[in-house]
Design a protein around this ligand. Structure first.
Ligand code: Y12
Ligand code: CO
Length: 171
């Protein structure tokens, strides 16, 4: 089922998500709904809080070298935790909860992340490139943070002014 995306400045996006304890059918249905929603909205990453569910679940599905977003490349991460961060990288980020706004954000270049898959198996991975960026972006959602919080003071002020204008115009 395709769910509605929670849009900034909805307060739910500031909630700290909770760990999953049961790796059951209900979790699998939620993961399937998140995937359907992410694809329908043309996203490459989605955290459960973006559909209003305060649970530590995220999905990332980047396009391959041919530009195709294949389901076999889908990464489902439950209760993810970053255990190591290294280097610096700037990337122009976007977010389904802040549609139409893209800005450069600085994050770690390489990370080590631990998480569980949908069956409760623990996974440890070293990530780099866009996958490392996307993982940090989505884990921030689980902690109640958005990429716009990483903007400079002036860029954030400009963003807020434009966003208010947009909301007032009903766009
Ligand atoms: C690098 C940086 C950030 C991420 C997080 C995942 N971000 C997204 O999936 C953003 C998707 C997005 C899609 C939109 O819809 C369309 O383009 C049709 C969109 O809407 C507009 O631009 C109007 C905004 C964001 C991963 C990797
Ligand atoms: Co986002």
């Amino acid at each position: 089922m395709i769910r509605d995306i929670v849009i900034y400045p909805d307060k739910r996006l500031r909630k700290v998500s909770k760990d999953i304890t049961e790796f059951d059918e209900k979790l699998h249905t939620l993961l399937n709904d998140m995937y359907e929603t992410m694809i329908a909205k043309e996203g490459i990453g989605l955290a459960a809080i973006q559909i209003g569910i305060e649970k530590n679940i995220l999905l990332i599905n980047l396009a391959d070298e041919d530009g195709k977003q294949e389901k076999e490349d889908l990464l489902e991460a439950i209760n993810p935790k970053i255990t190591h961060l290294e280097g610096n990288e700037t990337y122009q980020e976007g977010c389904l909860s802040v549609p139409g706004y893209y800005e450069d954000v600085q994050r770690a270049q390489n990370i080590t992340v631990e998480y569980f898959d949908r069956y409760g198996t623990k996974i440890v991975r070293n990530l780099e490139g866009l996958l490392a960026i996307a993982m940090q972006h989505e884990i921030d959602h689980l902690k109640g943070h958005l990429f716009i919080e990483k903007l400079s003071y002036l860029k954030r002020k400009k963003f807020e002014k434009e966003w208010k204008k947009r909301l007032k115009a009903g766009k």
